[in-house]
Design a protein around this ligand. Structure first.
Ligand code: HEM
Length: 461
């Protein structure tokens, strides 16, 4: 009796369904923020509801984000839906105990830390240039989102798995696409359901990854590949005190799948929304163009971008940060309360879900004045944003390990698109969430080649 009085206000709704359909509908209509604001007006900042079959407490704001992100795994654990768990596997980074999470995460970071990624800037540059030549040049109209998904997936394949263009990569893409289609589906495993197709595709992808791992093991033994070659050779080269591989084969397979999913959907959305934003904000576009042209002017024809060039793209990155603030690719997520938790005078009971969301903090006018205004200068100094208030990459021990990777690919893609092309939007400005933001029709744009820099230089001389 006493604990039920301390539960947050709100209703758990109908059994099983709860408020899931309302939230999903609002996501699709891009009114999820409004849907949540209405809850806050009705129940206050902390409220209970039921989502995806589990009793849930919705919390938001700086203190809420701090609670969710700084926990070490003893009071709050990561929580994924049943379908994601079955498709990505039980040894994925989302499912591990705190100690195993740390071990797998350290292995990932060995490859994804800035000092390691520095050496791949040229390779990423080459992949992006090739993509623009194949899919953009000579066209009058392109659809940005599917192209960006194709680009970011290919970058992951080539840089992280050493899989270059060819039939093998095509087989991967095909299996992978079927696999992700059922990730957000209801987990009903009958033949011909989406979920069933995804589980089968997941098995096929896992077998392909296992084969790749075996080949790379042989290449490392024969010294025809180095530990730094890609993420898989890096995983295989990390040894424990007994000299054995630090990660089990299943951990490698499942976490390679996590990186494939987490690493391409998010960055493709960021680049797509950047192009949409630049088409709508001429002054921001002009400043980005100026910064990128200055860098282009300092390069010889055909010369790749370097880590030092990326450090000069400060304004472009601020524009990306402001885009992430206003349209975070990851709306929010769930955690699981392992113990009773006291928050803001309310009880979050053991076993309940905690639902955190990024946009509610990102659009809070006490943190970001005039939140609906696009203003990259908010990020002039990193210190001007209070901790746990800008959370497009999450925070704490589970903060996105691919943050730097995403920054590098976004900046290189923006450099080439902005300096080589001009574009205008061919559809309206709306977007829905599925659960990632998807602009109308995937953002079709009309494109034109820009006057080459050399001509501009000759002209101005
Ligand atoms: C703009 C691009 C990206 C955004 C906005 C983004 C966002 C996020 C967020 C919000 C989380 C934390 C989720 C939570 O705490 O519940 C996360 C986790 C993760 N991300 Fe990213 N991500 C991006 C790119 C990438 C890339 C490029 C990779 C890999 C190369 C990647 C790999 C991961 C992994 C493995 C996790 C799980 C970490 C853990 O549980 O310890 N992400 N990402």
């Amino acid at each position: 009796q006493k604990s039920s009085e301390r539960l947050p206000p709100g209703s758990l709704g109908l059994p099983l369904i709860g408020q899931s359909l309302g939230l999903l509908r609002a996501m699709r209509a891009n009114t999820a923020e409004k849907w949540l604001e209405q809850r806050v007006r009705k129940y206050g900042p902390v409220s209970k509801l039921s989502l995806f079959g589990k009793p849930t407490v919705f919390i938001h704001g700086q203190a809420a984000n701090k609670l969710v992100f700084t926990n070490d795994g003893s009071t709050i654990s990561s929580q994924q839906t049943e379908s994601i768990r079955r498709i990505l596997g039980e040894r994925s980074i989302f499912e591990l105990s705190p100690e195993d999470h740390k071990r797998v995460r350290n292995a990932l970071m060995l490859f994804l830390k800035p000092e390691s990624l520095k050496q791949y800037v040229g390779k990423m540059d080459e992949e992006i240039k090739k993509h623009l030549e194949e899919h953009w040049h000579g066209k009058q109209q392109v659809t940005v989102l599917p192209l960006m998904k194709n680009l970011t997936f290919n970058i992951i394949c080539s840089l992280l798995f050493g899989l270059e263009q060819g039939t093998r990569r095509d087989e991967f893409v095909e299996g992978f696409q079927t696999m992700i289609e059922g990730m957000w589906s209801v987990p009903i495993n009958f033949p011909f359901t989406r979920y069933n197709g995804s589980l089968k595709a997941s098995q096929r992808v896992q077998n392909m990854i296992k084969e790749l791992i075996r080949e790379k093991r042989v290449q490392l033994e024969q010294k025809s590949a180095s530990p730094q070659h890609d993420l898989i050779t890096c995983f295989l080269s990390i040894r424990n005190d007994d000299g054995k591989e630090e990660l089990t084969e299943l951990e490698m397979v499942h976490n390679i799948m996590v990186v494939m999913v987490a690493g391409h959907d998010t960055s493709s959305v960021l680049i797509t929304f950047l192009l949409r934003l630049l088409a709508n904000e001429p002054s921001v576009y002009a400043a980005v163009l100026q910064e990128q042209e200055e860098i282009a002017r300092s390069k010889l024809s055909g010369e790749f971008l370097t880590w030092e060039d990326l450090a000069k793209m400060k304004y472009t990155w601020r524009v990306a940060q402001e885009t992430l603030r206003m349209t975070p690719p990851v709306f929010g997520g769930f955690r699981n309360a392992l113990k009773d938790i006291e928050f803001n005078g309310f009880l979050i009971p053991k076993g309940w879900q905690i639902f955190w969301v990024a946009p509610m903090t990102h659009m809070d006018d006490s943190i970001f004045p005039e939140p609906s205004k696009f203003d990259p200068n908010r990020f002039d100094k990193q210190t001007s944003v209070p901790p746990y208030c800008f959370v497009p990459f999450g925070g704490g021990p589970r903060i996105c390990p691919g943050m730097e990777f995403a920054r590098i690919e976004t900046l290189i893609a923006m450099h080439h698109i902005v300096t080589q092309l001009t574009w205008k939007l061919c559809a309206d400005n709306h977007f829905s969430r599925d659960p990632m933001p998807v602009p109308t029709k995937g953002l079709p744009i009309g494109i034109m080649p820009r006057t080459p820099l050399s001509t501009v230089r000759c002209f101005t001389k």
